[in-house]
Design a binder for this molecule. Structure first.
Ligand SMILES: Cc1ncc(COP(=O)(O)O)c(CNc2cccc(C(=O)O)c2)c1O
Length: 458
């Protein structure tokens, strides 16, 4: 059956398809963009527009589009064994080999992995494991989990509750009990009355204060992303993580480092935990694990939690139909093999990350930009109404969304988080493509400024 034309697809999409994180009515009125093809760092829509995908899909297409090796790995596994589960004391080669590979790439103390179908399911698993661990240790009252305001840990009820995004809580609440949030290390948005170093320490002191408030014997875990992604590519001050580590080491509290975005080379290391010298007890993963070609997630489990769950736990009543799905695992395994063979992570650390940092920083000279920051291949631009004061535009203007839509017109995907523009390109991007990304971003900022000026916006 031939696929309907673009116009027909848009009509059917409007009639039948409810999109994630979308104002359904507004999209119905505006119509959706049909993405039909992709190669390298580019996507192509049904109208023939070639667009540089500065977001690698949703922070996930780390190896870029069109990797035939991943297609072949899926095809071969589909032919060999399209599905079987790991429930009935059964397993299959892809799940075993992927588990071994992941544990070899993970920090030395992490030697077990539990597979899921997504990052949200990984964080649901984290919640279940944290509670189970402390019950097995004879401390079931250690129930509180501390997250951060504006942190993102998924869209299941547990993921939403672990995350600190108020609009999600207002829509999807009541949240899972026993979860509380402290301030985020967002210096540009919340800390510019202090030096970044002082602000980083102040955010860590907030963790200490909350632990004291709740009682150290009642706090089970702290969950955080190394760099907050969906919250706006929030790179913490250098003082933040060392201070957080010091607080956690003084209390018997598990550390959960959510690596769904920061994992698999995004920050120039296999995991953000390596970049920040963290020792997670639990590490949710997804996205770059398979470069987004097929859905797979999981939780890497540190020895002290794993050994308790194994030696004292008996049956752990938790799991999903697609936990360790053979085709998804086969693609993830090939993805990791290619990343290792091509030296992708090392190139982000030693070449592409530094190159992007220099080119990205040049955008800070733009009249609309208050800060241009990046780490590895994650970057953010803070759009401001006044460069000196950092004053923002009125939220009603939705300048970030305007800039995002203009980016698409100029041939670039950049994500807007409020008035913060975010990029997270594929890790196979070249210097020339980084130059093009920065040029297109500057063009979009110029056009955004032109339109605001034409509207009489100061
Ligand atoms: C840190 C983190 N943890 C968990 C999840 C949930 O993963 P799943 O989506 O696979 O259930 C995420 C997902 N992050 C995510 C997902 C969708 C959109 C955007 C955006 O920034 O627009 C970000 C994430 O960024």
């Amino acid at each position: 059956m031939t696929s309907p034309g673009a116009a027909r697809l848009k009509e059917l999409d409007r009639e039948h398809h409810l999109h994630p994180f979308t104002d359904f009515k507004a999209l119905g009125e505006e119509g959706s963009r049909i993405i039909v093809d992709a190669e390298g760092v580019y996507i192509q829509d049904a109208d023939g527009h070639r667009i540089l995908d500065g977001m690698a899909g949703l922070w996930c297409v780390n190896l870029g589009y069109g990797r035939q090796e991943l297609v072949d790995a899926a095809s071969e596994q589909l032919t060999q064994l399209p599905y079987y589960n790991n429930f009935f004391k059964t397993t299959h080669p892809p799940a075993v080999e992927l588990a071994e590979t992941l544990c070899r790439l993970a920090p030395a103390h992490m030697n077990r992995v539990f597979f899921t179908g997504s990052g949200s399911e990984a964080n649901d698993t984290v919640l279940r494991m944290v509670r189970r661990y402390w019950a097995l240790k004879g401390q079931p009252e250690k129930q509180w989990i501390i997250g951060r305001e504006n942190g993102y840990h998924g869209s299941t009820v547990a993921g939403m509750s672990l995350g600190g995004m108020a609009p999600m809580h207002e829509q999807g609440g009541p949240c899972v009990p026993g979860i509380t949030h402290i301030r985020q290390p967002y210096w540009f948005g919340e800390g510019r009355d202090q030096t970044p170093e002082a602000f980083g320490r102040a955010c860590a002191e907030a963790l200490e204060a909350r632990i004291q408030e709740l009682g150290s014997d009642k706090v089970a875990a702290f969950i955080a992303e190394p760099v907050q992604g969906a919250g706006g590519a929030i790179i913490p001050p250098d003082s933040y993580w060392p201070a957080i580590k010091e607080v956690l080491e003084r209390h018997q509290i598990l550390l959960v480092v959510d690596e769904v975005i920061c994992g698999f080379g995004r920050l120039g290391e296999w995991f953000g935990s390596v970049h920040y010298d963290l020792k997670p007890d639990l590490m949710p993963i997804a996205k770059g694990l398979s470069s987004g070609y097929l859905p797979i997630g999981g939780v890497l489990v540190g020895d002290r939690v794993a050994e308790t769950l194994i030696d004292e736990g008996g049956e752990f009543y938790h799991g999903f139909t697609y936990s360790g799905h053979p085709v998804c695992a086969a693609v993830a395994l090939k993805n990791l093999e290619l990343m290792q063979a091509e030296g992708v992570v090392e190139r982000v650390r030693d070449d592409l990350g530094p190159y992007l940092a220099t080119r990205w920083k040049s955008l800070e000279s733009h009249p609309l930009i208050g800060e241009a920051r990046s780490l590895g291949l994650i970057g953010a631009l803070e759009i401001v109404a006044d460069k000196d004061s950092g004053k923002r535009f009125d939220k009603s203007l939705a300048v970030g969304n305007l800039c995002r839509d203009i980016c698409f017109e100029t041939g670039l995907v950049m994500r807007s988080v409020g008035d913060t523009m975010v990029i997270s390109p594929p890790l196979v991007i070249s210097h020339d493509e980084i130059d093009e990304l920065v040029r297109l971003a500057r063009e979009a900022l110029d056009e955004t400024l032109r339109r605001l000026t034409a509207q009489g916006v100061e």
